[in-house]
Design a protein around this ligand. Structure first.
Ligand code: PLP
Length: 623
């Protein structure tokens, strides 16, 4: 899954190849160095940000954009297609300002545009595209009211190449009436509800029962209404979206073929058609299998995707003698997934502690009743003989008897702990122990990897260092939230645990893990469960010199004050209430307590392992 952007370097750390090329090893950026710079107050120019942190690599984003455009350019040239490709980025994938602005800037040579699905998204698309190519498309999708339509029409008046795509037949009335009121002629697109159905997880938007788009009857009705209003020339674009992560080119060709026929029919009916917008769905290979068998991968690359699209449209148009349209795609996942990496720490891991037995065994044996003592003897004898089944049986029996004795008040907590530790040790010796250890990570899965929790989406997760050391432990990752769902226990390849290194050598916060390919959807979907909020974000670019990088922007994640405010609390009032209480009750400690409270409100919700980090946080960023 890492090809071509990620590799393991000779220090055993993950390196990023910002330009996706293995032939430029001097340009690789060591992730550990970036993490140190972002988090360590002692490293030169260190930013002292707390983890978790999202590292963004705009060079990777640029490479994705260029690769997509050159794949279409090549397919168009090699097939003799008589128009061009002009994509848009669906901002819902990740509305982060840097990402949208970068895409508009890097994409201006390709007339790359934006797609919006709501009023705030349209506002941000309008303002960002004002700095882009004047021909770039601004596609307005999503359900629309009069305000949305007015805004889209105003965008046309501002000379932004705006197309209002009807998601429902009823929207036509709003568009016609609003354009009359404002005196602005609209450019209209139609979203078709295709019969081609994507059967994968993301396919519920497609097929006859899909949520969006117009049926063939409704498409005909809209075309006739526009004709009767003398506005058929306004209808210029056909849009459809089969669903995200389209698994194979055969399904893609099916969908495109059907849509291209609708496009040709609209041209035959007299509409001024000139753009076919094939929606999103260009998939990525999360598990490296390059197979259409799971939702986690796709069986094609950018080149195969582009040539399938171009050929299917060309075939239908040639058959019907219709001019080749501009091809627009709304690829989100494929553009932004790779460029962003979530880095977080494992802070502890749970395993049996043999010291507990050493201290308490004699004490335990003294307290056991005869039956339990007999179980213990048999357990030890079976362990010496390596009798697996007997060990399990006597250990189980011994534990049960001890719990009974505990409930009767005969055994204490230390006795119970010693029995558990003894049985764990025996299990480990005979190879029956649960080999999976729980690693606690300084992260909220609900805030940072919501698709794992919501739809079982898997992302590559692994340590970003020590990869030259064999991992000895299998672990699952438990997050900070108090929720049992806040656990990563399924991994790429269907594994239920992850090969990890022992934490015993590392101090808290010295074992770093990365979640890769998560640049799309995760940030906007992430919620405020347990009020953790999102991570800080750092933007890293390749700079002059071998393996050199520069941090060009660092944005601190939400503080406790920010997340409280997001839930409509008023942190200033809360602080005042507590301050008065401190003045009333804390006596000579009042001032110190008030200072600590102020710091608490401004701190990050995640765990802090280096007190220095909190002190430095604001100062470093201000610098
Ligand atoms: N366009 C529309 C209308 C969508 O609903 C979506 C997402 O599902 C996209 C584009 C982006 O799709 P993807 O991220 O699969 O490219």
């Amino acid at each position: 899954w890492g090809v071509p952007y990620f590799t393991v370097n000779s220090s055993g750390n993950i390196s990023v190849r910002p330009f996706g090329s293995a032939t430029l090893p001097h340009q690789e950026i060591d992730l550990m160095k970036v993490v140190k710079k972002a988090s360590d107050p002692k490293s030169s120019g260190g930013l002292s940000l707390q983890l978790p942190v999202i590292l963004r690599f705009p060079d990777v984003l640029k490479n994705r954009l260029e690769s997509l455009n050159s794949a279409f350019h090549f397919a168009i040239q090699s097939n003799g297609y008589e128009s061009h490709y002009q994509g848009v980025y669906p901002v819902k994938c990740n509305q982060d300002r840097d990402i949208v602005e970068d895409i508009v800037e890097y994409g201006s040579t390709f007339c790359f545009g934006l797609e919006a699905g709501s009023k705030p998204e349209l506002l941000l698309a309008m303002s960002c595209l004002s700095k882009g190519s004047p021909d770039a498309l601004l596609i307005c999708n999503g359900y629309k009211d009069e305000d949305y339509v007015s805004l889209a029409l105003m965008a046309r008046r501002l000379y932004l190449n705006t197309v209002i795509v009807l998601e429902q037949e009823e929207e036509l009335h709003t568009v016609v009436e609003t354009s009359r009121k404002l005196g602005i002629r609209p450019v209209i697109g139609l979203r078709a509800k295709l019969r081609t159905k994507h059967s994968g997880h993301f396919g519920s938007t497609s097929g006859e029962k899909g949520k969006f788009g117009l049926t063939t009857t409704q498409i005909l009705s809209v075309a006739r209404k526009l004709q009767s209003l003398d506005m058929l020339d306004c209808l210029q674009l056909l849009h459809f979206h089969i669903g995200s992560q389209i698994p194979s080119t055969s399904l893609l060709a099916d969908g495109i073929g059907e849509a291209a026929q609708i496009y040709c029919e609209l041209a035959r009916l007299g509409a001024s058609m000139h753009v076919i917008d094939i929606g999103g769905g260009l998939g990525i290979d999360y598990d490296g299998s390059h197979s259409s068998a799971s939702d986690m991968s796709v069986s094609y690359g950018l080149d195969e995707y582009a040539s399938t699209v171009v050929r299917a449209i060309q075939y239908a148009c040639n058959l019907k003698h219709v001019r080749h349209p501009i091809i627009c795609s709304e690829s989100g996942r494929a553009l932004v997934s790779h460029h962003s990496i979530l880095v977080f720490e494992a802070v502890s891991s749970k395993s049996a502690d043999p010291e507990i037995i050493g201290q308490n065994l004699a004490y335990l044996l003294d307290a056991l009743e005869d039956d339990a003592r007999a179980d213990h003897r048999k357990l030890m004898a079976s362990a010496v003989q390596g009798e697996y089944d007997n060990c399990i049986f006597y250990a189980d029996q011994l534990k049960r008897r001890c719990v009974e004795q505990f409930k009767d008040g005969v055994l204490g907590l230390e006795h119970l702990a010693a029995v558990d530790a003894l049985c764990d040790l025996v299990f480990r010796e005979i190879g029956a122990s649960d080999p999976v250890r729980t690693y606690h990570v300084n992260l909220s899965i609900f805030s940072s990897i919501p698709d794992f929790w919501a739809i079982g989406q898997l992302f590559p997760v692994l340590p970003i260092h020590r990869l030259d050391q064999r991992p000895e432990v299998n672990g699952v990752l438990a997050d900070l939230t108090c929720d049992s769902d806040g656990k990563l226990d399924k991994f790429i390849g269907g594994d239920t645990s992850l090969p990890l290194h022992d934490l015993s050598g590392a101090g808290a916060g010295e074992y770093y893990l990365g979640m890769f390919l998560g640049g799309a959807y995760q940030e906007a979907l992430g919620g405020l469960h347990n009020l953790f909020g999102g991570p800080s974000v750092v933007r890293v670019v390749q700079s002059e010199g071998p393996h050199s990088f520069a941090v060009t922007r660092a944005v601190l994640g939400p503080s406790c004050t920010d997340v409280l405010r997001a839930m409509h609390h008023e942190p200033e009032l809360m602080f005042d209430v507590l301050k008065h209480r401190a003045e009333e009750y804390a006596g000579v400690h009042g001032d110190a307590l008030v200072c600590s409270l102020a710091r608490a409100f401004h701190s990050m919700p995640y765990l802090v392992y280096d007190a220095m980090a909190v002190e430095h946080e604001g100062a470093a960023l201000a610098g």
